[in-house]
Design a protein around this ligand. Structure first.
Ligand SMILES: [Zn+2]
Length: 323
């Protein structure tokens, strides 16, 4: 009994998890653009996910919204549905489905390590686990994020005249990098690209300590010297970044672990900070959920399937599921 098909459609309640096109009923795990699309009839999600979707797509980006609190168990047509923190970004959730005592847990994007800008991952025991696998290879071992972000401060110390422009996705990554800089004792104002402003204000209202943030403008950009500037990755190569005189370019992403990617993007300062579980987190979580069946999706499936089978856990890629 799987309750959900390979497209993460739940036939019993006619609902989809993170559908890519408008549907009647969408359960949204988090507000990243690859998961949360506008124009569904109804959206079920955490309050943060719904609020961030509204910030990005407008108040009317769905016809109606249903907030589900973490741990709250709602009953729809024979199925219990609940959401648990996924630790990926603010408001991100895992989805637990239960029918006649049988549990299916869909992790969505997740990480288990601590992050002050997101609710902490909560381990949920389940019969079937549908796990993401973005970094599902043993070579992926994420370094300590504080040590990584410290590279920005060290570089700034050695190149105090240069502005340090760090590419980071506007939802989640940008705020996490800022928060880590504050944890390292960096108290100066941090300059941000306009597209990061609204979401950062939302985080600030949630009492997440980001310190003083100033939006880059045509005026102030001319005078900046030796500052940290956070912008979405698309802005690094854009005309937008040409207005700064002396720049050192950094990029914060889990993928910076692949040196070739940093080289391709001409990034001088690769900062390896990921919001996805690495190999150890993925395999530890699989064991800790006590799942008797594991279905793997969103990433590097083969190696995790092999690892599960070697450890006597029944596993396959979700895409191979028949229904
Ligand atoms: Zn995501």
């Amino acid at each position: 009994m799987l309750l959900v098909d390979r497209n993460l459609y739940i036939p019993t309640i006619n609902a989809y998890i993170d559908p890519h096109y408008p549907v009647d009923k969408a359960i949204i795990t988090h507000a990243h653009a690859d998961r949360a699309k506008p124009n569904h009839k109804s959206v079920l999600a955490t309050e943060d996910t719904i609020n961030i979707m509204k910030l990005r797509y407008g108040e009317n980006c769905a016809q109606n919204f249903q907030i589900i609190n973490y741990g709250e168990r709602i009953y729809i047509d024979g199925i219990y549905l609940s959401l648990y923190p996924a630790g990926h970004i603010l408001g991100s959730s895992q989805v637990l489905l239960e029918k006649n005592g049988y549990k299916v847990l869909i992790t969505g994007d997740y990480k288990t390590i601590s992050d002050k800008t997101a609710q902490s991952f909560e381990l949920v025991k389940t019969n079937t686990l549908i796990t993401e696998a973005t970094f599902g290879l043993p070579v992926f071992k994420h370094p300590n994020p504080l040590k990584e972000v410290k590279k920005i401060l060290l570089s700034l110390k050695n190149n105090s005249d240069q502005n340090h422009l760090i590419g980071a996705y506007s939802l989640g990554k940008a705020q996490r990098i800022i928060s880590l800089l504050r944890d390292l004792g960096f108290l100066e104002e941090i300059y941000i690209h306009g597209s990061i402003k609204k979401i950062s204000e939302y985080y600030l209202n949630k009492n997440i300590k980001l310190g003083k943030l100033i939006q880059v403008t045509a005026d102030n950009s001319k005078t900046l010297k030796g500052k940290i500037i956070i912008a979405p990755p698309s802005a690094l190569k854009d005309v937008w970044s040409r207005k700064f005189k002396d720049l050192k370019i950094g990029y914060a992403s889990g993928w910076m672990i692949v040196k070739q990617r940093a080289k391709q993007k001409l990034v001088e300062l690769p900062i390896i900070v990921s919001d996805h579980a690495d190999w150890t987190e993925l395999t530890n979580t699989i064991i800790a959920t006590e799942a008797e069946q594991v279905l793997i999706t969103h990433g590097q499936e083969d190696c995790l399937v092999y690892w599960c089978n070697k450890n006597n856990i029944n596993a396959k890629a979700l895409s191979l599921e028949m229904n």
